[in-house]
Design a protein around this ligand. Structure first.
Ligand code: KG4
Ligand code: ZN
Length: 360
């Protein structure tokens, strides 16, 4: 079964053709990073206008790269929530028009849910047998620029949220910390690269690892971000400060790399801590996850990937970690999860609407 997946929720216009839910025949992503770079973040109106220009070329490229024509498609899937409403509208309108004109089913996919599915995708760049069918129950982790959440999955369509960030998403904290370090947009990958500078000392600064309540499965990254700010600029001194804080160390190249490495260590530790707690919470109910499924832009992070592999190994869990190209937003994860939704009889009508919030 060939499904076209369309993704336009934020600043990537993406289209992909996926066969039987897991074999990626093509994945085309037109990024708008250059358009937003001078503003240091995504400008919604610029994003939606750019999607209008990019959407049809993206679909044409995905079909061409897959070696198929529109008439070969069995269904059209589209990320219809969550996201910037003007951006979502463009993808949803294009998907509806295509599905209607081809006479094939349309399926609306939740973008956050789809990130969880990305670890199942395989393509020519990831040779070998396809990832085995996911063993349930599974533990799910989404770490992206807009979301940071933990889930328990009983199937690909049975999802229960265990916890989520109470302030910044992990990717958002990365992007803001990168700005504090003077790195360009998008900050996450740049901070990751800086942290990998040979000789960088990840123990140079003891950044806080948020725990929240003793049994909380929620995340918090704003304290970590603020700690980075204070490490670079110094702790603000109020009139009633008891003792003057020491001046921050000069921001040399070496210090910047140390700060980046220390930040990565604390950020990854916070994720692993909550994954461990989630396993305990399930164990208290007499359940045990069999797989860890992960996705979202921050799963491209070199440090986090190592930590996730280590955690899954220690806990004896199968690990579905997306290939690097499918961590950030893409159309393949939309087509992949769309396949599972269709199999579960959850096609959408042509009345499908874009929705700014997630249902997950
Ligand atoms: O999943 P995604 O493409 O978009 C959302 O759905 O939000 O995630 C984008 C986020 C950005 O915050 C970006 O800085 C972060 O993922 N990111 C990374 C890395 N690559 C992307 N963060 C840390 N290290 C990376 N290597
Ligand atoms: Zn995303």
């Amino acid at each position: 079964m060939l499904i076209l997946g369309i993704e336009s929720s934020c600043d990537e216009t993406a289209a992909s053709v996926v066969e039987d839910g897991v074999s990626v025949r093509s994945s085309y992503v037109a990024s708008q990073h250059d358009l937003h770079a001078e503003y240091g973040g995504v400008v919604p109106e610029i994003a939606s206008r750019a999607h209008v220009e990019a959407i049809l070329p993206a679909v044409r490229s995905a079909l061409r790269d897959a070696g198929v024509v529109a008439g070969d498609l069995d269904a059209v899937a589209v990320g219809h929530r969550p996201g910037l409403i003007g951006s979502l509208l463009v993808g949803v309108a294009a998907a509806k028009a295509l599905a209607w004109s081809l006479g094939v089913p349309l399926v609306g996919v939740d973008h956050v849910h789809a990130h969880l599915y990305a670890g199942l995708l395989n393509d020519a760049a990831r040779p070998g047998p396809p990832a085995p069918a996911t063993a349930f129950p599974a533990l799910g982790l989404v770490v992206s620029g807009g979301h940071t959440s933990l889930y328990e999955l009983s199937s690909w369509t049975g999802l229960r949220r265990l916890g989520a960030t109470i302030d910044d998403a992990m990717g958002e904290a990365y992007d803001k910390a990168a700005v504090i370090l003077g790195l360009g947009h998008p900050g996450g990958p740049n901070l990751d690269a800086l942290a990998r500078t040979p000789g960088a000392n990840e123990r140079a600064v003891e950044f806080p690892v948020s725990r929240l309540g003793g049994d909380s499965l929620d995340f918090s990254f704003s304290g970590l971000k603020t700690a980075m700010l204070y490490a670079v600029r110094g702790v603000p001194q109020g009139p009633r400060a008891r003792a003057a804080s020491p001046a921050p160390a000069p921001l040399t190249e070496g210090r910047r790399a140390d700060l980046a490495a220390s930040f990565q260590r604390a950020a990854s530790a916070a994720v692993v801590l909550k994954l461990g707690r989630a396993v305990e919470v399930m164990a208290a109910r007499g359940e045990r996850p069999r797989t860890l499924v992960c996705g979202g832009g921050v799963t491209a992070n070199s440090r986090l990937r190592r930590e996730l592999e280590g955690f899954a190994g220690r806990e004896g869990l199968g690990l579905a970690l997306p290939p690097l190209g499918y961590c950030v937003d893409n159309g393949a994860m939309i087509a992949g999860l769309g396949y599972e939704l269709l199999r579960a009889g959850r096609a959408s009508g042509l009345g499908l609407q874009p929705v700014p919030t997630t249902a997950c």
